[in-house]
Design a protein around this ligand. Structure first.
Ligand SMILES: [Zn+2]
Length: 306
């Protein structure tokens, strides 16, 4: 019953959380999602609904999977790596994204890769794809126990600072690329791998986006198709004289799929309550002009009103 206990605990944390202002879809046409593993964007703390909303509005989105995910499998490392890449492509298809870019660093071993090398890859990707929006791990959150998450968070934050600088990686400029400043960065962090982070904005999503993120999550069957978990929950509840009526007549395979969909829908609904909408996702946004305090307010008062 560790799962049920975790769900209850998460519920308590979310309900106690402060209200969040609602953000709008930003201007732009290209976004880059840079995370560590094949499934990081599809979790309840991820970007699935926001991604679906942007692609529906005509944006082009690319998913950067930094590791090879060899450990995320029950069928052996090499075979798991191949299945996970295939399922990652299926998942981004459900969300309307264009491609998966695999950097293929060894899963759980990113600490042994020089930070400068990962950062250089990220700067190159920013200058190649020139995104208006980036979604990635929050480097300013509390400790995240996953080493690949921490490595990508730090490398990406530094790359976002260096990509606009002409003196950073001049070989990119010699190869025909130009410096690039990202307008908006949306950060997230897992809440169950540490104390999480403090979001400052919510993005409303529609039921169809919740459905899409549920499908994208379930596309990673190599990791989440765990009928043993459904069986464990049923047996534990039966011992206490309890049952989940919606599971009646379902196989353990069908029950775990239903449970995962509930999980996704529930998390989006709880975040929606914080922003006064049916469904939402919460992020820490670093907006353009944030490095120039007061300019946001000036533009709102003096320019937007014209
Ligand atoms: Zn991960």
């Amino acid at each position: 019953m560790r799962l049920a206990a975790a769900l209850l605990l998460t519920a308590a944390v979310v309900r106690a959380a402060a209200p969040l202002p609602l953000g709008a879809v930003p201007p732009g046409k290209v976004f880059l999602v840079v995370l560590s593993h094949h499934d990081d964007h599809t979790w309840e703390y991820g970007f699935g609904g926001f991604i679906a909303r942007l692609t529906e509005a005509g944006w082009a989105g690319y998913y950067v999977r930094t590791t090879n995910d060899e450990k995320d499998s029950r069928v052996g490392w090499g075979r798991g790596d191949q299945i996970n890449l295939r399922e990652a492509r299926e998942a981004i298809g459900h969300l309307g994204m264009k491609d998966v870019i695999s950097l293929n660093w060894r899963n759980d071993h990113m600490d042994s890769v020089p930070l400068a090398e990962v950062r250089a890859q990220m700067v190159l990707l920013l200058r190649k794809y020139r995104p208006d929006v980036v979604m990635t791990w929050n480097p300013w959150g509390h400790y995240d126990r996953n080493p690949d998450h921490r490595k990508v968070a730090r490398a990406m934050a530094e790359a976002l600072y260096q990509a606009p600088l002409e003196n950073a990686y001049p070989e990119h400029l010699a190869a025909g690329m130009r410096p690039h400043q990202v307008r908006q960065v949306y950060y997230t962090q897992r809440s169950d791998y540490g104390k999480g982070h403090t979001p400052n904005i919510a993005i409303a999503i529609e039921p169809r986006h919740v459905e899409q993120k549920g499908k994208a999550f379930w596309a990673h069957r190599n990791v989440y198709d765990t009928p043993a978990l459904a069986r464990q929950i049923r047996e534990e509840l039966a011992r206490r004289g309890m049952a989940i009526p919606e599971f009646d007549g379902l196989t353990d395979e069908q029950a775990i799929e239903k449970l995962r969909k509930w999980q996704m829908e529930w998390a989006s609904r709880e975040t929606g309550k914080r922003a006064g909408v049916a469904y939402a996702e919460a992020f820490y946004l670093v907006d353009e002009w944030d490095m120039l305090p007061g300019l946001h307010e000036y533009l709102k008062e003096h320019v937007a009103a014209r």
